[in-house]
Design a protein around this ligand. Structure first.
Ligand SMILES: [Ca+2]
Ligand SMILES: [Ca+2]
Ligand SMILES: [Ca+2]
Ligand SMILES: [Ca+2]
Length: 411
Protein backbone atom coordinates (compact mmCIF):
# COMPACT_ATOMS: atom_id res chain seq x y z
CA UNK A 1 0.00 0.00 0.00
CA UNK A 2 2.81 2.37 0.84
CA UNK A 3 4.72 1.45 -2.27
CA UNK A 4 1.75 2.38 -4.45
CA UNK A 5 1.16 5.53 -2.55
CA UNK A 6 4.77 6.59 -2.82
CA UNK A 7 5.05 5.92 -6.51
CA UNK A 8 1.92 7.92 -7.26
CA UNK A 9 3.28 10.74 -5.14
CA UNK A 10 6.58 10.56 -6.95
CA UNK A 11 4.97 11.00 -10.34
CA UNK A 12 2.86 13.82 -8.94
CA UNK A 13 6.04 15.56 -7.88
CA UNK A 14 7.69 15.24 -11.30
CA UNK A 15 4.78 16.99 -12.94
CA UNK A 16 4.51 19.52 -10.15
CA UNK A 17 8.08 20.71 -10.50
CA UNK A 18 7.49 21.73 -14.11
CA UNK A 19 4.23 23.39 -13.15
CA UNK A 20 5.71 25.23 -10.24
CA UNK A 21 8.38 26.79 -12.35
CA UNK A 22 5.79 28.19 -14.70
CA UNK A 23 3.37 29.25 -11.96
CA UNK A 24 5.71 30.94 -9.55
CA UNK A 25 9.16 32.35 -9.99
CA UNK A 26 11.10 31.08 -7.03
CA UNK A 27 14.40 32.45 -8.29
CA UNK A 28 17.27 31.21 -6.22
CA UNK A 29 14.98 29.74 -3.62
CA UNK A 30 14.82 26.45 -5.46
CA UNK A 31 18.48 25.99 -4.75
CA UNK A 32 18.03 26.48 -1.03
CA UNK A 33 15.60 23.67 -0.53
CA UNK A 34 13.67 21.27 -2.63
CA UNK A 35 10.36 23.05 -2.98
CA UNK A 36 9.00 20.88 -5.75
CA UNK A 37 7.17 18.31 -3.60
CA UNK A 38 5.20 21.12 -2.00
CA UNK A 39 3.42 22.06 -5.18
CA UNK A 40 0.53 19.91 -6.28
CA UNK A 41 -0.13 19.04 -9.88
CA UNK A 42 -3.87 19.26 -9.36
CA UNK A 43 -5.26 21.70 -11.89
CA UNK A 44 -8.22 22.54 -9.69
CA UNK A 45 -6.10 23.24 -6.67
CA UNK A 46 -5.47 26.90 -7.29
CA UNK A 47 -9.19 27.53 -7.10
CA UNK A 48 -9.59 25.55 -3.90
CA UNK A 49 -9.39 28.48 -1.54
CA UNK A 50 -12.11 30.40 -3.37
CA UNK A 51 -14.59 27.54 -3.56
CA UNK A 52 -17.33 28.00 -0.95
CA UNK A 53 -17.06 25.37 1.76
CA UNK A 54 -20.17 23.19 1.97
CA UNK A 55 -21.93 23.85 5.26
CA UNK A 56 -21.90 20.14 6.02
CA UNK A 57 -18.13 20.24 6.37
CA UNK A 58 -18.14 23.09 8.85
CA UNK A 59 -17.92 21.82 12.39
CA UNK A 60 -15.88 18.82 11.43
CA UNK A 61 -16.29 15.07 11.47
CA UNK A 62 -15.23 14.51 15.07
CA UNK A 63 -18.10 13.98 17.53
CA UNK A 64 -16.42 15.83 20.40
CA UNK A 65 -18.69 18.79 21.32
CA UNK A 66 -15.71 21.09 21.88
CA UNK A 67 -13.84 22.23 18.74
CA UNK A 68 -11.02 23.51 20.97
CA UNK A 69 -9.29 20.12 20.84
CA UNK A 70 -10.42 18.77 17.48
CA UNK A 71 -10.28 21.78 15.13
CA UNK A 72 -8.02 21.05 12.16
CA UNK A 73 -6.24 24.32 12.99
CA UNK A 74 -5.22 22.87 16.36
CA UNK A 75 -5.00 19.09 15.97
CA UNK A 76 -3.58 17.72 12.68
CA UNK A 77 -6.33 16.22 10.48
CA UNK A 78 -5.28 16.46 6.86
CA UNK A 79 -8.25 14.64 5.32
CA UNK A 80 -11.09 15.98 7.53
CA UNK A 81 -12.26 12.54 8.64
CA UNK A 82 -12.20 13.59 12.31
CA UNK A 83 -9.30 11.20 12.99
CA UNK A 84 -6.13 12.92 14.18
CA UNK A 85 -3.18 12.41 11.85
CA UNK A 86 0.54 12.29 12.55
CA UNK A 87 3.32 14.60 11.42
CA UNK A 88 6.87 13.27 11.41
CA UNK A 89 10.17 15.04 10.87
CA UNK A 90 13.40 13.27 9.90
CA UNK A 91 16.15 15.09 11.76
CA UNK A 92 18.85 13.69 9.47
CA UNK A 93 17.36 14.41 6.05
CA UNK A 94 14.95 17.23 6.98
CA UNK A 95 12.08 15.33 5.35
CA UNK A 96 8.60 16.04 6.72
CA UNK A 97 5.95 13.37 6.25
CA UNK A 98 2.23 13.20 6.95
CA UNK A 99 0.58 9.96 8.02
CA UNK A 100 -3.19 9.66 7.88
CA UNK A 101 -4.29 7.57 10.85
CA UNK A 102 -7.24 5.23 11.28
CA UNK A 103 -7.16 4.24 14.91
CA UNK A 104 -3.90 2.39 15.43
CA UNK A 105 -3.30 1.88 11.70
CA UNK A 106 -1.52 4.11 9.20
CA UNK A 107 -3.90 4.53 6.22
CA UNK A 108 -1.67 6.53 3.92
CA UNK A 109 1.48 8.58 4.01
CA UNK A 110 2.95 11.35 1.91
CA UNK A 111 6.03 13.54 1.94
CA UNK A 112 6.18 17.33 2.01
CA UNK A 113 9.79 17.19 0.87
CA UNK A 114 13.06 18.01 2.59
CA UNK A 115 13.73 21.17 4.55
CA UNK A 116 16.74 22.76 6.15
CA UNK A 117 15.41 22.28 9.68
CA UNK A 118 17.80 24.89 11.09
CA UNK A 119 15.92 27.53 9.08
CA UNK A 120 12.43 26.25 8.41
CA UNK A 121 9.66 26.26 10.95
CA UNK A 122 5.97 25.49 10.62
CA UNK A 123 2.64 26.28 12.22
CA UNK A 124 -0.38 24.11 11.59
CA UNK A 125 -3.51 26.03 10.62
CA UNK A 126 -6.72 25.82 8.58
CA UNK A 127 -6.56 28.80 6.27
CA UNK A 128 -9.56 27.89 4.11
CA UNK A 129 -11.81 26.35 6.80
CA UNK A 130 -12.31 23.09 4.95
CA UNK A 131 -11.55 21.09 8.10
CA UNK A 132 -8.22 19.94 6.64
CA UNK A 133 -5.06 21.03 8.39
CA UNK A 134 -2.79 23.37 6.41
CA UNK A 135 0.74 24.68 7.03
CA UNK A 136 2.35 28.05 7.41
CA UNK A 137 5.98 27.40 6.54
CA UNK A 138 8.42 30.07 7.65
CA UNK A 139 12.12 30.44 7.03
CA UNK A 140 13.60 32.00 10.17
CA UNK A 141 16.82 32.86 8.33
CA UNK A 142 15.51 34.48 5.16
CA UNK A 143 12.09 35.62 6.42
CA UNK A 144 10.27 33.78 3.61
CA UNK A 145 6.72 32.59 4.31
CA UNK A 146 4.60 30.07 2.43
CA UNK A 147 1.18 28.56 2.87
CA UNK A 148 0.65 24.92 1.95
CA UNK A 149 -3.05 24.12 1.65
CA UNK A 150 -3.38 20.39 2.28
CA UNK A 151 -5.75 17.78 0.91
CA UNK A 152 -4.95 14.51 2.60
CA UNK A 153 -1.30 13.67 1.97
CA UNK A 154 -1.16 16.01 -1.04
CA UNK A 155 -0.43 19.70 -1.18
CA UNK A 156 -3.46 21.22 -2.93
CA UNK A 157 -1.78 24.59 -3.36
CA UNK A 158 1.43 26.25 -2.32
CA UNK A 159 1.47 30.03 -2.01
CA UNK A 160 4.35 32.32 -1.14
CA UNK A 161 3.43 35.28 1.08
CA UNK A 162 5.42 38.47 1.70
CA UNK A 163 8.67 38.12 3.59
CA UNK A 164 8.76 39.13 7.25
CA UNK A 165 12.10 39.94 8.90
CA UNK A 166 13.66 37.07 10.88
CA UNK A 167 13.08 38.82 14.24
CA UNK A 168 9.36 38.13 13.98
CA UNK A 169 7.56 34.97 15.14
CA UNK A 170 4.25 33.77 13.75
CA UNK A 171 1.32 32.41 15.74
CA UNK A 172 -2.00 31.31 14.35
CA UNK A 173 -5.44 32.44 15.49
CA UNK A 174 -8.79 33.53 14.14
CA UNK A 175 -9.22 37.14 15.18
CA UNK A 176 -12.33 37.96 13.16
CA UNK A 177 -14.17 34.71 13.81
CA UNK A 178 -14.63 33.66 10.17
CA UNK A 179 -13.05 30.27 11.02
CA UNK A 180 -10.23 30.90 8.55
CA UNK A 181 -6.84 31.06 10.22
CA UNK A 182 -5.21 34.48 10.60
CA UNK A 183 -1.56 35.13 11.47
CA UNK A 184 -0.35 37.03 14.54
CA UNK A 185 3.17 38.39 14.27
CA UNK A 186 5.28 39.31 17.28
CA UNK A 187 8.80 40.61 17.40
CA UNK A 188 10.32 39.48 20.71
CA UNK A 189 13.26 41.88 20.39
CA UNK A 190 11.28 45.06 19.78
CA UNK A 191 7.85 44.18 21.19
CA UNK A 192 6.21 45.03 17.84
CA UNK A 193 2.96 43.27 16.92
CA UNK A 194 0.86 42.84 13.80
CA UNK A 195 -2.05 40.78 12.47
CA UNK A 196 -2.54 39.46 8.97
CA UNK A 197 -6.22 38.74 8.46
CA UNK A 198 -6.32 35.92 5.95
CA UNK A 199 -8.88 34.65 3.48
CA UNK A 200 -7.36 31.38 2.36
CA UNK A 201 -3.92 32.24 1.04
CA UNK A 202 -4.71 35.95 0.58
CA UNK A 203 -3.67 38.56 3.13
CA UNK A 204 -6.84 40.70 3.30
CA UNK A 205 -5.52 43.16 5.91
CA UNK A 206 -2.06 43.60 7.35
CA UNK A 207 -2.46 45.71 10.49
CA UNK A 208 0.19 46.96 12.89
CA UNK A 209 -0.96 46.77 16.53
CA UNK A 210 0.44 48.60 19.58
CA UNK A 211 3.89 47.67 20.79
CA UNK A 212 4.23 45.70 23.99
CA UNK A 213 7.09 45.50 26.44
CA UNK A 214 9.66 43.14 24.96
CA UNK A 215 9.48 41.05 28.15
CA UNK A 216 5.88 40.02 27.45
CA UNK A 217 5.27 36.72 25.64
CA UNK A 218 2.02 36.26 23.69
CA UNK A 219 -0.16 33.15 23.56
CA UNK A 220 -3.33 32.86 21.51
CA UNK A 221 -6.46 32.08 23.55
CA UNK A 222 -10.20 32.76 23.51
CA UNK A 223 -10.98 33.89 27.05
CA UNK A 224 -14.47 35.18 26.23
CA UNK A 225 -15.49 32.27 23.99
CA UNK A 226 -16.81 34.44 21.16
CA UNK A 227 -14.91 32.50 18.51
CA UNK A 228 -12.48 35.40 18.00
CA UNK A 229 -8.99 34.73 19.29
CA UNK A 230 -7.61 36.83 22.12
CA UNK A 231 -3.99 37.31 23.18
CA UNK A 232 -2.75 36.32 26.63
CA UNK A 233 0.42 38.16 27.60
CA UNK A 234 2.74 36.91 30.33
CA UNK A 235 5.97 38.39 31.64
CA UNK A 236 8.04 35.41 32.77
CA UNK A 237 10.34 37.71 34.78
CA UNK A 238 7.85 39.80 36.74
CA UNK A 239 4.90 37.38 36.65
CA UNK A 240 2.64 40.07 35.15
CA UNK A 241 -0.34 38.78 33.12
CA UNK A 242 -2.73 40.62 30.85
CA UNK A 243 -5.09 39.98 27.97
CA UNK A 244 -5.98 41.66 24.72
CA UNK A 245 -9.55 40.82 23.77
CA UNK A 246 -9.59 41.03 20.00
CA UNK A 247 -12.32 41.84 17.52
CA UNK A 248 -10.51 41.68 14.22
CA UNK A 249 -7.65 44.09 14.81
CA UNK A 250 -9.45 46.12 17.53
CA UNK A 251 -8.18 45.31 21.00
CA UNK A 252 -9.38 45.88 24.58
CA UNK A 253 -6.66 45.41 27.16
CA UNK A 254 -7.23 44.12 30.70
CA UNK A 255 -4.86 43.13 33.48
CA UNK A 256 -5.05 39.73 35.12
CA UNK A 257 -3.66 38.74 38.50
CA UNK A 258 0.12 38.25 38.53
CA UNK A 259 1.58 34.80 39.09
CA UNK A 260 5.20 34.73 40.16
CA UNK A 261 7.70 33.34 37.64
CA UNK A 262 7.79 29.94 39.34
CA UNK A 263 4.44 29.18 37.70
CA UNK A 264 4.13 27.88 34.17
CA UNK A 265 0.88 27.19 32.39
CA UNK A 266 -1.01 24.91 30.04
CA UNK A 267 -4.20 25.98 28.27
CA UNK A 268 -7.41 23.97 28.19
CA UNK A 269 -11.16 24.30 28.56
CA UNK A 270 -11.86 22.45 31.78
CA UNK A 271 -15.56 23.32 32.06
CA UNK A 272 -16.40 23.01 28.36
CA UNK A 273 -17.83 26.51 27.92
CA UNK A 274 -15.51 27.20 24.93
CA UNK A 275 -13.66 29.87 26.93
CA UNK A 276 -9.97 29.09 27.29
CA UNK A 277 -8.91 28.16 30.84
CA UNK A 278 -5.45 27.95 32.40
CA UNK A 279 -3.77 25.14 34.34
CA UNK A 280 -1.02 26.73 36.42
CA UNK A 281 1.76 24.51 37.66
CA UNK A 282 4.60 25.37 39.99
CA UNK A 283 7.35 22.88 39.18
CA UNK A 284 9.34 23.79 42.29
CA UNK A 285 6.56 23.26 44.82
CA UNK A 286 4.49 20.82 42.76
CA UNK A 287 1.37 22.96 43.32
CA UNK A 288 -1.31 23.00 40.65
CA UNK A 289 -4.31 25.27 40.22
CA UNK A 290 -6.84 26.03 37.56
CA UNK A 291 -8.25 29.33 36.40
CA UNK A 292 -11.56 28.91 34.65
CA UNK A 293 -12.04 32.08 32.63
CA UNK A 294 -15.20 33.95 31.83
CA UNK A 295 -13.87 37.00 30.05
CA UNK A 296 -11.76 38.65 32.75
CA UNK A 297 -13.67 36.96 35.58
CA UNK A 298 -11.32 34.32 36.95
CA UNK A 299 -12.43 31.44 39.16
CA UNK A 300 -9.43 29.84 40.79
CA UNK A 301 -9.42 26.32 42.18
CA UNK A 302 -6.50 24.40 43.63
CA UNK A 303 -6.03 20.77 42.58
CA UNK A 304 -3.63 18.17 44.02
CA UNK A 305 0.11 18.78 44.00
CA UNK A 306 2.43 16.48 42.02
CA UNK A 307 6.20 16.63 42.25
CA UNK A 308 8.37 17.98 39.46
CA UNK A 309 8.92 14.60 37.77
CA UNK A 310 5.31 14.77 36.53
CA UNK A 311 4.46 16.61 33.33
CA UNK A 312 0.97 17.62 32.29
CA UNK A 313 -0.72 17.29 28.93
CA UNK A 314 -4.29 18.01 28.02
CA UNK A 315 -6.89 15.96 26.18
CA UNK A 316 -10.54 14.99 26.55
CA UNK A 317 -10.41 11.34 27.48
CA UNK A 318 -14.14 10.81 28.08
CA UNK A 319 -15.33 12.99 25.20
CA UNK A 320 -17.61 15.28 27.22
CA UNK A 321 -16.11 18.46 25.77
CA UNK A 322 -14.35 19.29 29.05
CA UNK A 323 -10.56 19.19 28.87
CA UNK A 324 -8.93 16.57 31.09
CA UNK A 325 -5.34 16.36 32.30
CA UNK A 326 -2.94 13.52 31.51
CA UNK A 327 0.01 13.26 33.89
CA UNK A 328 3.17 11.38 32.92
CA UNK A 329 6.03 10.78 35.32
CA UNK A 330 9.25 11.10 33.34
CA UNK A 331 11.27 9.38 36.07
CA UNK A 332 9.10 6.37 36.92
CA UNK A 333 6.98 6.02 33.78
CA UNK A 334 3.77 6.21 35.85
CA UNK A 335 0.67 7.70 34.24
CA UNK A 336 -2.61 9.03 35.48
CA UNK A 337 -5.45 11.02 33.96
CA UNK A 338 -7.71 13.45 35.75
CA UNK A 339 -11.17 13.77 34.29
CA UNK A 340 -12.17 17.38 34.94
CA UNK A 341 -15.32 19.37 35.51
CA UNK A 342 -14.11 22.94 35.85
CA UNK A 343 -11.72 23.04 38.80
CA UNK A 344 -12.97 19.69 40.16
CA UNK A 345 -11.29 16.35 39.45
CA UNK A 346 -14.32 14.08 38.94
CA UNK A 347 -12.31 10.88 38.56
CA UNK A 348 -8.73 9.86 38.55
CA UNK A 349 -7.48 7.07 36.30
CA UNK A 350 -4.83 4.64 37.46
CA UNK A 351 -3.28 3.85 34.12
CA UNK A 352 -0.49 1.37 33.41
CA UNK A 353 3.09 2.49 33.84
CA UNK A 354 5.48 2.16 30.95
CA UNK A 355 9.10 2.78 30.10
CA UNK A 356 9.92 6.33 31.24
CA UNK A 357 11.85 6.80 28.00
CA UNK A 358 8.60 6.76 26.01
CA UNK A 359 7.22 10.14 24.96
CA UNK A 360 3.45 10.69 24.78
CA UNK A 361 1.64 12.74 22.17
CA UNK A 362 -2.09 13.23 21.90
CA UNK A 363 -4.86 13.04 19.33
CA UNK A 364 -8.18 11.33 18.70
CA UNK A 365 -6.99 8.73 16.21
CA UNK A 366 -10.25 6.78 15.91
CA UNK A 367 -12.67 9.75 15.91
CA UNK A 368 -14.81 8.62 18.85
CA UNK A 369 -14.49 12.08 20.41
CA UNK A 370 -12.04 10.83 23.05
CA UNK A 371 -8.38 11.82 22.99
CA UNK A 372 -5.93 8.92 22.63
CA UNK A 373 -2.25 8.66 23.53
CA UNK A 374 0.54 7.90 21.05
CA UNK A 375 3.66 6.55 22.76
CA UNK A 376 6.85 7.14 20.83
CA UNK A 377 9.82 4.86 21.52
CA UNK A 378 12.59 7.00 20.07
CA UNK A 379 15.20 4.26 20.47
CA UNK A 380 13.55 1.17 19.02
CA UNK A 381 10.69 2.64 16.98
CA UNK A 382 8.31 0.16 18.67
CA UNK A 383 5.57 2.75 19.22
CA UNK A 384 2.13 2.01 20.62
CA UNK A 385 -1.21 3.73 20.89
CA UNK A 386 -3.51 3.86 23.87
CA UNK A 387 -7.09 4.15 22.69
CA UNK A 388 -8.71 5.92 25.61
CA UNK A 389 -12.20 5.55 27.03
CA UNK A 390 -12.38 7.75 30.09
CA UNK A 391 -10.10 6.15 32.66
CA UNK A 392 -9.45 2.98 30.57
CA UNK A 393 -6.59 2.61 28.10
CA UNK A 394 -6.44 -0.16 25.45
CA UNK A 395 -2.95 -0.61 24.10
CA UNK A 396 -2.13 -1.59 20.50
CA UNK A 397 1.40 -1.64 19.07
CA UNK A 398 2.16 0.11 15.80
CA UNK A 399 2.67 -2.61 13.16
CA UNK A 400 6.32 -3.51 12.58
CA UNK A 401 6.23 -2.40 8.92
CA UNK A 402 4.95 1.02 9.96
CA UNK A 403 7.59 1.71 12.60
CA UNK A 404 9.95 4.63 12.03
CA UNK A 405 13.62 4.74 13.02
CA UNK A 406 15.23 6.92 15.72
CA UNK A 407 15.91 9.80 13.32
CA UNK A 408 12.15 10.43 13.05
CA UNK A 409 10.45 12.74 15.54
CA UNK A 410 6.75 13.40 16.02
CA UNK A 411 4.76 15.95 17.96
CA1 LIG B 1 -7.48 12.43 9.60
CA1 LIG C 1 -7.55 23.64 5.21
CA1 LIG D 1 -13.42 15.37 29.62
CA1 LIG E 1 -10.30 8.22 20.56
Amino acid sequence: MFANQNSSLASTFDISLKKSQSLVNYGNDLQKFDVSPLISSSSSSSALSTVPIPQSLVGGANPNPNPYLTSAAVSPDFNADGKADKLWVNTQTGEIIVRLMDGTKVMEQGSLGQFDLASWDYNIADFNNDGKTDFLLRNKTTGENNIAIMDGTKVASFSPLDKVDPGWTSSIGDFDGDRKTDIFWHNAQTGENAIWQMDGTTVVNATVLDNTSATLTPTIVDFDGNGKSDIFWRDETTGENKVWFMDGTQKSEFSLQSQDPGWSYTLGDFNGDLQTDILWRNAQTGENKIWTMNGIIVTEGAVSALDSSWTSNIGDFNGDGKTDIFWHNQTTGENTAWLMDGTTVTSEAFLPSNDPALTPSFGDYNADGKTDVYWRDQTTGADKIWIMDGTKATETPIAAEEQLGPEWYTT
